[in-house]
Design a protein around this ligand. Structure first.
Ligand code: COA
Length: 433
């Protein structure tokens, strides 16, 4: 049978394909903006026929109807990174959270820690050899498809063709064709605080550096201050529209990268159609599995890697909570520690945790004497390198607990500095500097 005939033989409608899912199955869903939204919509419409189907997902960008109130009997959400659309469900007990480094998720599927019954993924149409490109999300999605007994693919001509992650039609159980715009992430609103943070971070980035940038307003603000740099590179779990602008301006060339020279290396992408068009058929973009991209042992090979991520709270010892507010899980570790560790091991690596000095419209300081009770330490005090707010840069690596506390107080919001100094004096009696 030719690949074309094989493809045709696997085509069915979503209803038929989703009948392959059984009660009690564990179903892994394609990640972030590559989520197969149509398949998920039909799955939730068919909820009555399932009992206790576990839906494993990381950054859920769609409706997440499977964890809406009323779905408890049919679906149980297992979140690897709580996001906007799943936060309430996890907080209200309609979902669970599994702590894990992003780089290690494929291994969970592979080694039986989290065996996969079915994968629901989205790809571009097949090429002449029967390969379907995973487009904007290779990360854990490729391994989920490799490990699953049943692979249901939403084939969408609007999915860009990228290089690095494909699944062959012979490894697919069912094909559901569905032509629809991909999920997008609009560029964040960047205010004065983010701009000041961006300018401070840019001061730590040199010509020829390779960047990892997390999600959100701060990484985007950093990019705005890099217009005068030369020969920057990208090795990042994800990137967004901001990178396209710097690529078009000739600032990002990837020329001096140690591994994958000339290539933008990423594991997933979230942005607008502009980003998706930029990567479509672009041989300079390598979309690779997250157990390669985020593996600290690979990251460290980029001598001049700089990682920029954010946190919710940081204590005066330099312990950063980036994923929970007290016991309330608001996100996950994602790739933060993968890159913090990789940068620590790289010859000239630097890791930056950049964050506004306050939360809750200025009412709460993010720099605190002690983390809130129950907060998970994401980046440990042994790993922390630079902390950056709109008030400046605190270099913490190599500094004593006393020096760290002083450096952090200097970049705290002025309204909270006196209170923090009082704590400093109690903790380090007789030493004011
Ligand atoms: N105390 C109480 N609430 C706080 C808080 C604090 N110190 N800091 C943040 N919050 C609240 C915010 O008010 C907001 O609540 P709301 O949604 O009800 O308004 C919520 O927590 C999220 O904070 P926000 O500052 O809007 O988040 P963000 O979108 O800028 O993301 C992180 C910041 C830290 C959550 C995010 O960067 C993250 O998840 N990091 C960990 C993973 C990571 O770094 N991965 C690598 C890159 S993908």
């Amino acid at each position: 049978m030719s690949f074309k005939e094989l493809y045709q033989s696997k085509k069915m409608d979503a209803d038929q394909a989703l009948n392959l899912i059984r009660s009690g199955n564990r179903v892994v869903v394609g990640h972030a903006c590559a989520e197969p939204s149509y398949l998920l919509d039909v799955l939730t419409e068919k909820a009555e026929q399932y009992e206790n189907v576990e839906i494993v997902h990381m950054v859920a960008m769609g409706k997440a109807g499977y964890c809406a109130p009323g779905m408890e009997k049919h679906f149980r959400h297992n979140s690897l990174f709580v996001g906007g659309s799943t936060r309430k469900a996890v907080a209200e007990g309609r979902g669970d959270f599994t702590p894990c480094f992003f780089s290690e998720i494929p291994k969970l599927f592979k080694n039986g820690s989290l065996p996969v019954d079915a994968a629901l993924i989205q790809t571009a149409p097949p090429d002449e050899n029967g390969n379907l490109s995973l487009g904007i999300s290779v990360d854990y999605t490729l391994q989920a498809a490799k490990s699953a007994k049943t692979v249901i693919v939403q084939v969408n001509p609007q999915m860009p063709v990228t290089f690095g992650g494909t699944i062959h039609i012979s490894d697919v159980t069912a094909v559901v064709e569905h032509d629809a715009p991909l999920l997008t992430l609009e560029p964040p609103v960047i205010g004065d605080v983010e701009l000041a943070i961006g300018a401070n971070c840019a001061g730590l980035i040199r010509d020829g550096d390779t960047l990892q940038l997390g999600i959100g307003a701060i990484p985007d603000a950093v990019l705005r201050f890099l217009g005068d740099k030369k020969d920057l590179g990208i090795h990042s779990e994800m990137f967004s529209d901001g990178v396209v602008e710097l690529a078009e301006a000739g600032v990002i060339t990837n020329r001096l990268k140690k591994t994958n020279p000339g290539k933008y290396v990423a594991s997933f992408l979230m942005g607008t159609r502009k980003l998706y068009d930029f990567v479509d058929g672009n041989p300079d973009v390598a979309m690779l599995p997250v157990d390669y991209v985020n593996n600290p042992v690979e990251v460290m090979k980029e001598d001049n890697i700089v990682s920029v991520n954010s946190c919710v709270q940081i204590d005066l010892m330099g312990q950063a909570a980036s994923e929970s507010v007290g016991l309330t899980q608001i996100s996950g570790v994602g790739g933060q520690v993968d890159f913090v560790r990789g940068a620590a091991m790289a010859a000239n690596g630097r890791s930056i945790l950049a964050f506004p000095s306050t939360a809750a419209k200025g009412k709460i300081s993010k720099i605190v004497p002690l983390l809130d009770e129950g907060a998970a330490v994401t980046t440990s005090r042994n790993d922390i390198d630079y902390a950056v707010t709109e008030y400046g840069i605190a270099k913490l690596k190599g500094r004593t607990l006393r020096q760290r506390a002083l450096a952090l107080i200097e970049i705290a919001h002025p309204d909270f500095r006196d209170g923090l100094r009082k704590v400093f004096e109690e903790r380090f009696p007789g030493r004011r500097s």
